[in-house]
Design a protein around this ligand. Structure first.
Ligand code: ARG
Length: 403
């Protein structure tokens, strides 16, 4: 085995990665470079720097990836209306390839031949990190301490922290925190009482949305502008991708939009229960479907809906940088050429409903569909032949069955 000279660690400054940092330094006896991505998790990143410094890290990288995250990962995924198992907006799944991309970039820059991450051996995130690193640089070795060390539970982790004088964070109520993953797209909460799917999630689990019951009694109407499938403005005001999503998170959160309590199937094989809060993403999904409804051809829209579950599963399973994801993305992106216009959304007590849509590229024809007299040449008699031919095989089938 060749000795590892330098490791780049994906470091949040939280309990797990603080312990991993110490463990890597002790186990490999080499320099560890920390990389902390600002994905809009809403935590201060100053403490991460201070903790890394205290652990003797010389090269500390804290990088603001918010714009790249939203424009190059969240928005492309939104163009597909991607949902895993019909409900999950993939907030954690979509962040991993971006973090992996920068881990690899920093490793190359500092001449490290190994990267490390704090994902456990039971989850999806280890798979996502590692498949992405494999796809971007097969020469880089990946260290996953959770699969190597003798720590087997959160309890043992806390003991290790105590022995090594690592500060154990607690939540507002002084208890050990849930397993939380947050970024500009969502907050995901797992573990503790949530591990029993029969238990109702307690109120204090929720971080960025109010209970719809407590949301304002008056609805709020907002407009979202789209250009070629991507949201570009809110209430007529142009915004950068990260600013736009941040703004919608605030609006949606106030109205209790985007809560999800889900039992999902992990790639690795087990079922898990989590609470998701995706206020801005939930609004954007409704709005994007709204603008597509008037700008996409029927067959194009239906084809998108057919491939969507496959595309979402690829992202969930960690295949963002795989050729088949890129092929599907090319198809999806091509479909968005005319997906431009404006959608009005009503936010009210947990719901985000499309209430109107307009587009300079609309395929909608009031003249064609109207119940009234219309100027457009449409011969009602054509429908008779259309139905007769579509019914041909059904009449044969029924006759044969003796109906
Ligand atoms: N189950 C979600 C996924 O696989 C979230 C995983 C990370 N979240 C967490 N709270 N640790 O995408």
């Amino acid at each position: 085995m060749t000795k590892i000279e330098k490791i780049v660690l994906s470091y949040s400054g939280g309990l797990d990665t603080s312990i991993i940092l110490k463990w890597l330094q002790e186990t490999y006896g080499c320099e560890v470079v920390t990389f902390t991505a600002d994905l809009g998790q809403g935590e201060e990143l100053g403490p991460a720097r201070a903790k890394a410094e205290m652990s003797g890290v010389k090269d500390i990288r804290i990088v603001d990836l918010r714009e790249e995250f939203v424009s190059d990962f969240v928005f492309p995924m939104l163009r597909a209306n991607a949902l895993y198992e019909g409900q999950y907006l993939l907030g954690s799944s979509i962040a991993r390839p971006l973090i992996a991309k920068h881990l690899v970039g920093i490793a190359r820059e500092v001449g490290a031949h190994a990267v490390a991450h704090g994902a456990t051996g039971k989850g999806n995130d280890q798979v996502r990190f590692e498949l992405a690193v494999n796809a971007l640089d097969p020469s880089i070795k990946i260290i996953a301490p959770w699969r190597q060390w003798n720590i087997r539970s959160r309890m043992q982790l806390l003991e290790y922290a105590e022995q090594h004088h690592i500060l154990v964070p607690s939540d507002k109520r002084g208890e050990a925190p849930f397993s939380i993953d947050a970024n500009l797209l969502h907050t995901s909460t797992e573990g503790k009482i949530l591990e029993n799917p029969a238990e109702v999630a307690p109120d204090h689990v929720y971080q960025r949305t109010v209970d719809p019951v407590d949301a304002p009694d008056t609805p709020e109407i907002i407009t979202i502008g789209f250009e070629r499938g991507d949201p570009v403005s809110v209430n007529g005001k142009a915004m950068t991708p990260a600013a736009l999503l941040t703004g919608l998170n605030g609006l949606g959160g106030r109205h209790g939009v985007g809560r999800l309590d889900l039992v999902e199937n992990r790639f690795i094989g087990m079922k898990s229960r989590g609470i998701y809060e995706t206020p801005g993403g939930t609004i954007l999904l409704a709005a994007h479907r709204g603008i597509e409804s008037i700008t996409l051809d029927r067959a194009a829209a239906h084809l998108k809906d057919e491939i969507m579950p496959r595309y979402a599963e690829l992202i969930y399973n960690g295949f963002w940088f795989a050729p088949e994801r890129e092929m599907l993305q090319a198809l999806i992106d091509h479909s968005q050429t005319f997906v431009s216009g404006e959608v009005a959304i009503r936010l009210y007590k947990g719901s985000a409903s499309v209430i109107s849509r307009t587009s300079p590229c609309s395929l909608y024809s009031a003249d064609l569909v109207t119940f009234e007299e219309s100027a457009i040449a449409y011969d009602h008699h054509d429908a008779e032949g259309f139905i007769r031919l579509n019914g041909l095989r059904l009449r044969r089938w029924a006759a044969r069955n003796g109906r």
